[in-house]
Design a protein around this ligand. Structure first.
Ligand code: AMP
Length: 294
């Protein structure tokens, strides 16, 4: 398919709307000997997303960024319709980064008439988010598998912000023998510690003040656990502080093995604190590392 399908006039960086346009551009870059890195997003881009683009650019000559609000990972009662869609702004932000191509397909391009395949994982996809959003990781795994096959990158970069998702994507790439290296970038936070998220835009000014407690609680827990505190009283205390602050419900606040997400009862290896809690109508997630006590 010709490169003429690439739109160079709508935004300040080139835009592909179709798989064939994307593939033509990537094939040309490959012929020039370039390595390709890929950063998938759902748009409403913030400094967290842009940090992943910079990380990708440090590893490859060409960076493709996708913006696709994936209907497959939202349940009917979730915020698919309300999810912020800011494509022109996103394109302007990306034009200021080393990104070389915006890939923004529509839902028909991704899920044509008759689409019938689901990629479904066990392992790291079991439990935590899945207990509250049962079909979420099937939706994520299916779209990420498609995107990785469409782009065919050497490297793909995901955020630690969505820690369980990161492990799911690593498992998926390994299990499907996708020839891509999955890299991760640290969570970018507001000055007060709140993890940047497209969904923070939903918070009322009052809830925005409270939201920072989520990061405060898990970081305090991490310090205490690293100093030798026991897991279960820390978890109980953390939940108590979150409910007192106004989070309701706290879907989960757990300490798990950092690599497998298996349950643990003491910190003998690197661990991860993972939390999801609702504040008003907004569901926030966050996580942080816990090193074994020395
Ligand atoms: P999303 O658009 O929310 O699907 O996120 C796209 C990618 O950006 C995912 O790999 C996320 O983990 C990552 N991401 C989201 N928020 C942040 C953040 N605050 N810092 C770093 N990466 C992030």
């Amino acid at each position: 398919m010709p490169l003429s399908e690439i739109d160079t006039t709508t935004y300040s960086l080139p835009l592909a709307r179709t798989v064939s346009a994307l593939r033509a551009q990537v094939a040309q870059w490959r012929a020039e000997g370039a390595r390709i890195a890929f950063v998938p997003t759902m748009g409403a881009l913030h400094a967290g997303h842009l940090s992943l683009v910079e990380l990708a650019a440090a590893k490859a000559e060409r960076v493709v960024v996708s913006v696709f609000v994936n209907p497959g990972q939202f349940a009917p009662n979730e915020d698919f319709d309300a999810y912020p869609r800011t494509e022109p702004d996103d394109a302007e932000k990306l034009a200021e980064t080393p990104a070389a191509l915006l890939y923004a397909p529509n839902a028909r391009e991704m899920y044509p008439e008759g689409f019938a395949t689901t990629v479904s994982l066990a392992g790291p996809a079991l439990d935590l988010e899945t207990n509250f959003r049962p079909h979420f990781f099937d939706g994520v795994a299916t779209v990420v598998a498609k995107l990785l096959i469409q782009v065919g990158p050497d490297i793909a970069v995901f955020g630690e912000k969505d820690y369980q998702q990161l492990l799911v994507v690593k498992r998926l790439a390994a299990d499907l023998d996708l020839p891509v290296e999955i890299l991760s970038g640290p969570t970018v936070r507001e000055a007060d510690g709140l993890a940047l998220s497209s969904r923070n835009a939903y918070l009322s000014p009052e809830d925005r003040q409270t939201a920072v407690k989520l990061a405060e609680v898990i970081h305090r827990m991490a310090r205490n656990l690293e100093a030798g505190a026991r897991i279960s009283p820390e978890v109980e205390q953390g939940k108590h502080v979150l409910y007192q602050a106004g989070f309701n419900p706290v879907d989960y606040l757990e300490v798990r093995d950092a690599e497998t997400l298996e349950r643990i009862d003491r910190i003998a290896r690197p661990a991860r604190i993972l939390v999801a809690a609702r504040l008003g109508t907004t569901r926030l997630i966050d996580n942080c590392a816990v090193a074994p006590p020395t």
